[in-house]
Write a protein that binds this ligand. Structure first.
Ligand code: GRF
Length: 208
């Protein structure tokens, strides 16, 4: 771990393949701009918990339902990020809404990846296989992934970058999902490194 790297937290609820790509990238690239110091999940059984363990990263489970009320939950989340001195947050398949206060606190320091070319196939309830099946059903010719700043609304923050791939004939949700995962793993860590290395890169991608 080198000094001067941006302290990153990854939030994830699922298998954690993007989280793994982010962690792998920082291990392979000595000049990577970030250092992952925390993984946050809302589910003890999520695959990402094992990913964090394998990489020796602190992992905390925060399940809203286990707190007496929402204020208490939000307070604990903020406290956790403060304790680990988190400077930048990458959402990678985190299915819980980020509290507004945190969105404001991490303005232009919190990004999300979505598996479609937003604004198409985004919004509340559009995640995972639902997105890919909707893309196939709509007979789209291209799909891809979008990396965007996090705002108070689902999938609505300013777009930082989009990467596209063509759909093949006979493509279904499963095959499309695999193709897009691969694309995400290539692009997300690289862009995170750029954004965390160079504050100017962040200004280039100003929230509206
Ligand atoms: C990814 O497709 C990402 O775009 C979306 O959630 C999925 C997470 O997958 N936000 P994984 O848990 O990283 O495999």
């Amino acid at each position: 771990m080198s000094e001067g790297k941006t302290r990153l937290a990854i939030f994830a609820s699922g298998t954690g393949s993007n989280a793994e790509a982010i962690l792998q990238y920082e291990h392979i690239h000595p000049n990577c701009g970030y250092q992952t110091v925390l993984v946050v999940s809302n589910k003890q059984t999520a695959g990402v918990v094992q990913v964090a363990e394998r990489y020796g990263v602190v992992c905390r489970i925060l399940d809203e339902k286990e707190f007496p009320d929402n204020a208490n939950y939000v307070e604990s989340l903020i406290q956790l990020l403060q304790t680990e001195q988190v400077e930048f947050i990458a959402l990678a398949g985190y299915l819980k809404k980020i509290p507004d206060i945190l969105v404001r606190q991490y303005e232009k320091r919190m990004v999300n990846i979505h598996p479609s070319l937003l604004p198409k196939f985004g919004g509340a309830g559009m995640y995972g296989m639902k997105v890919h099946e909707a893309v196939v059903q709509a007979r789209e010719h291209i799909s891809g992934c979008t990396i965007h700043w996090v705002s108070e609304e689902y999938d609505a923050g300013a777009v930082i970058a989009q990467f596209s791939i063509p759909l093949s004939s006979g493509e279904d949700g499963v095959s499309l999902s695999a193709k897009i995962r691969k694309l995400e793993h290539e692009k997300y860590p690289e862009l995170l490194s750029t954004l965390t290395t160079n504050p100017l890169a962040r200004d280039k991608h100003k929230a509206p």
